[in-house]
Design a protein around this ligand. Sequence first.
Ligand code: SF4
Length: 266
Amino acid sequence: MTNPNSDPIRAYYHTLLSTWGRQHWWPAQSRFEVIVGAYLTQNTSWTNVEKALSNLRQARRLSLSGIRRTPQATLEKLIRSAGYFRQKAQRLKTFVRFLDRRYDGSLSRMFAQPTAQLREELLALNGVGPETADSILLYAGNHPVFVVDAYTRRILERHELISPRAAYDEIREQFERALPLVAAKAAGSQTERATGTPATRPRGSSHPPSRMSTAPRSPIAQVFNEMHGLIVGVGKNYCLNSRPQCDTCPLRDFLPNDKMRRVTSA
Ligand code: SF4
């Protein structure tokens, strides 16, 4: 029988989940809000995105019809805090036009498409790279794709699990190969979903539970969802670009010894 911890990625998952519990990604009340957030978070911090989302909400524009009827210039003003606001306003308009033309304005019809096909369609849109497409697929559509971000790459590189030249899809597939075993176990016991966040040690990148974070999804989508949130927790709090905090990081036992000396003294 395969040991669930025999793969380092599975071992990271179990370690981080038992340390921090559920992370409750993505913090949103609707699928469309996830999509807007996925566009707005490009090249900026989530705090700036939250301001833009709050402006859209207050102006009653945080919906498909809201973005559709909002003139470009007004949209730019509303999302200004997220940076690159002209580009992002244009891209949001492009997404709504795509949805209207291809799926008659229906997110349900769009998300009913096979994962690979929809991923290709999203990637063909202006301003949608793999991370944005996969965030939309996973967090808005509950499609089983793993989201790779800069933190994922940095952690795996420092742990010598990937080469510095590893392609996005190569890293994504590494997670997508490792985690189904975790999902199969979780589906059998249901304990990991039901346990919730431990009362102590609440670090990581956890959000309060939201309508989208608690929406029903397949065990594998749940594990991909959780793993990405846990990785962000490591990246934001420990695996900093210039000064990694290996001594206190929950993943320190997985760092090759000689590498640990090199990273901590860098
Ligand atoms: S901070 Fe150190 S131990 Fe933690 S993930 Fe980064 S390199 Fe690994």
